[in-house]
Design a protein around this ligand. Structure first.
Ligand SMILES: NC(=O)c1ccc[n+]([C@@H]2O[C@H](COP(=O)([O-])OP(=O)(O)OC[C@H]3O[C@@H](n4cnc5c(N)ncnc54)[C@H](OP(=O)(O)O)[C@@H]3O)[C@@H](O)[C@H]2O)c1
Length: 248
């Protein structure tokens, strides 16, 4: 049976690599992001895959065949997900990869910045997970949260982001215990610097250099995450730290 994975942040550096890697491995991919034209371009570019029609909002069950289905969704509005996301009978995996990472000290972090960061990075992931738990349980599926090494400790001038990632880890740890009786696995991934537009902007905001060659490549990270999903069923990895190889 074709396995199905929903990937958020599909138009991003890491999310795009995940979509391509999952499609390469023959998964049916539901690729979720905010920008419809970027999403369609990504789906069109996935080699050997026929893009499926975009989800039209109908309440019918929508179990995709192999291919890549674009899902346009704004993660700042989780209250709309129940009506706007396709219903699935089974879902083998969700990879929560979307994220925003504004750099600002607490003194300059507005309420909208806190609201958007906690909504996109945490609440939206929790709500998508909640809505798809029946389908994930039906498949004894896997939920992957793309966290970050800064989610493990405080970073001055980055508190909204680090707080959101710390909260995301708490969600993952609670979910892992709650869903164990249903056979659902939960993995948090903690990558270090990965060569994407997000890291370029963050390094610039901190006044630090950005050389993609010193970073994890998105394709490397995507392969590692897909390997976690492709493991044999008797064991799985609850937490995965990934760092760039130091260059002498
Ligand atoms: N790059 C790193 O060094 C690094 C390290 C550790 C962890 N991470 C984590 O990895 C994940 C992906 O990061 P990345 O580097 O690939 O970033 P990226 O290239 O900026 O991609 C972020 C993705 O999130 C989507 N997104 C943002 N706000 C959204 C919203 N309101 N609704 C729907 N989608 C939204 C973006 O879509 P739009 O383009 O439409 O905004 C984009 O697809 C993030 O969770 C990040 O915290 C990254």
């Amino acid at each position: 049976m074709t396995r199905t994975v929903l990937i958020t942040g599909a138009t991003g550096g890491i999310g795009g690599a995940l979509v391509r890697a999952a499609a390469d491995r023959g998964w049916a991919v539901l690729a979720a992001a905010r920008n419809g034209s970027a999403l369609q371009a990504l789906c069109d570019a996935v080699p050997g895959m026929t893009p499926l029609p975009a989800f039209d909002g109908s309440p019918a069950r929508h179990d995709p065949a192999p291919g890549t289905t674009p899902l346009v969704v704004d993660l700042r509005a989780p209250s709309r997900f129940a009506e706007s996301l396709p219903r699935l009978g089974r879902l083998d995996a969700v990879i929560h990869c979307a994220g925003i990472a504004e750099v600002a000290p607490v003194a300059e972090s507005s309420y909208p910045l806190w609201h958007d960061t906690l909504t996109v990075n945490v609440a939206a992931a929790a709500e998508i997970t909640r809505l798809y738990l029946p389908a994930l349980r039906a498949a004894a599926g896997h939920v992957v949260f793309v966290n970050a090494t800064p989610g493990l400790h405080a970073v001055p001038r980055w508190s909204a982001y680090t707080a959101s990632k710390a909260a995301l880890r708490e969600v993952a740890d609670a979910l892992r215990q709650e869903e164990a009786p249903h056979g659902v696995r939960v993995t948090s991934v903690f990558p270090g610097g990965t060569a994407t537009g997000l890291l370029r902007e963050v390094r610039s905001a901190f006044g630090r250099p950005f050389d993609p060659a010193d970073c994890i490549q998105p394709e490397t990270l995507a392969d590692l995450i897909l390997n976690v999903l492709d493991m044999r069923n008797d064991a799985y990895i609850p937490e995965l730290s990934v760092l760039p190889t130091p260059r002498p």
